[in-house]
Write a protein that binds this ligand. Sequence first.
Ligand SMILES: NC(=O)c1ccc[n+]([C@@H]2O[C@H](COP(=O)([O-])OP(=O)(O)OC[C@H]3O[C@@H](n4cnc5c(N)ncnc54)[C@H](OP(=O)(O)O)[C@@H]3O)[C@@H](O)[C@H]2O)c1
Length: 211
Amino acid sequence: MRPKVIVNCAMSADGKIASRLRKQVRISDEADMARVHKLRNECDAVLVGVGTVIADDPSLLVKKTYVDEVRQPMRVVLDSKCRIPQDSKVLDGKSPTLIFVGEGNVTPVNGAEVIACGVGQIDLESMMLILEKRGVRSLLVEGGGKTIWSFVKAGLVDEFKVFIGSKIIGGDVAPTPVDGEGFAQEDEFIQLKLVKTRLSESGALLEFEVE
Ligand SMILES: NC(=O)c1ccc[n+]([C@@H]2O[C@H](COP(=O)([O-])OP(=O)(O)OC[C@H]3O[C@@H](n4cnc5c(N)ncnc54)[C@H](OP(=O)(O)O)[C@@H]3O)[C@@H](O)[C@H]2O)c1
């Protein structure tokens, strides 16, 4: 069975996940950070696109301050041209990292295993088979917008969790949770079922399942 895919992101009240400079901004509050780290701890792997690695340099690790028994997930990066900076935190060796690159672009990267998967952009269906064979049952997709769009378009999303923070960021080029080309026709839209909401001191968490 393919890994269950959970998308998690944080957006401003006006629906942006970063500023127009595409730099990380703090949107989640402390309670939401704790939830995200617990969610990472429960998942077998955490995935981002190389755009997020370059913009934010996340470690994708679970912080001990939020979780009692830490079980670091595998880290996965979509990077067709293998342009990940060698000093990226996901290459720190603190948990295994897989970098999926396009055919013909396999280059050794210290601190990660590099796997060819697809021509041009990463073929997500094939990647899921590889992850499944490596024992990944649950995959947390943390962004950014282009990556989440690819998963949505491929029909691979099972759960969609979004924290809405109390900020307005603005800007018509600021990234949103699901960017890319987007759907044009109403019958293409992905239907969600709202299964949980939680208000915290500075925002709201909405948890959806894909119908
Ligand atoms: N608030 C939040 O929750 C949150 C979380 C994460 C990120 N962010 C923000 O999101 C922004 C980055 O998002 P982004 O959309 O620019 O980049 P991204 O989704 O992180 O990475 C996209 C890149 O991944 C590579 N890629 C390879 N295969 C792909 C595939 N099948 N589908 C999609 N991408 C694939 C492509 O680069 P190549 O062609 O070079 O391979 C593509 O340009 C940053 O501003 C960051 O701060 C916010």
